[in-house]
Design a protein around this ligand. Sequence first.
Ligand code: HSE
Length: 418
Amino acid sequence: MKKVKIGMLGLGTVGSGVYKTLKRFDNVEIVKISVKNIDKPRNIEGLDESILTTDVYSIINDPEIDIFVEVIGGVNPAWEYISAAIKAGKHIVTANKELLAKKGKELFELAEENNRVVLYEAAIAGGIPLIMPLKTILAGNDITKIEAILNGTTNYILTKMDVEGASYNDVLKEAQELGYAETDPTGDVEGFDAMYKITTLSTIAFGQRVDVNKVYREGISKVRAEDMKAANELGYKIKLVAIARICEDGRVDVRVHPTLVPKKATLAHINYVTNAVGMSGYPIGDIVLSGPGAGEFPTASSVIGDILNIAAEIETTDYPLPMMRCKHSDDANIVPISETYNKYYISITAPNNKGVIGKIGTVCGNKNISVSSIMQKGVSENNTADITVITEVCKEADIQAAISELDGCNINSLIRVM
Ligand code: HSE
């Protein structure tokens, strides 16, 4: 049997998982792996070190190699190498969510011009089968809504804060010590990772290109232990939720932010590093796909599925995998966050003056905001009161205006409610 030859860029966590598990298949073979440092000690059982190179172009320019697997992440230099590999006639398998979100349009146009396929199952929610199902078996649906937990690091931190009553900083520090969070956690905790993923996921699901620069993003670093406790008392969990929905006027609302999720919702029960993607559409109705969103082997599972999918096709057709290609060309009209409608949780610390609760109610009423619940449990020793408000659905611009009018009150947190 002729083996399909593969060149891989990167041999970190994901690359190692791909190398180890792909050995079980005899129709595909990794023949070269490009690494930054060839002398780095690697604990990969059975690794044939003779296939390592520091010269990416020795893969790109090798006519025997059919599939270029990129598992280094980031836009540069991944984009340079991937675009060169496509021009050199290679199909691409990538786990690079940032590249897809920022360069998706150019990437898929270039691939189509060269009749090459780009598969990226591993880029969004790691091991959860998502892209292939959306493009194939769900192709007959109009997907109108996605609500997803797409980042394991933040879900781990929020779960620990919930279970232990601990502060964000304490849990982050512990997660870093255990290797669950990166030394520089910004990409995860400030929501960039989830933003890249929902950008591509909503683009595919809605068939309209979502501009990553227009996606509203807020991370979890300001979520307080007190908010977790209050949310629990009110019947919610706090999760970093990536949301995308088609509005009645046809515009697309896409964002990532901490969200109070009702305890009865499936997403409230997705804990630690697990990811979950809820989608609604016609005719399917509501579905939730859940599983490991990161890690060596779950991510390798998706990369390998993509490799085997391409390998099975390239010997038999000169237009492989038509359903997996990018077919949309319209740009989505994105709703600015100020024009979105949400329920809100507001945590306020106010001086213990007469009429404070009344003032909050009046300011909200004047801004067309209806209060759903308001809670104050006594007065603290320093003569201030902690007040928790949940609103009914109202406009973001109105809640921001109301908050700026609550002078004298300290707004501890403003979190949207699902
Ligand atoms: N850093 C991501 C997470 C995994 O924490 O979920 C890779 O996309």
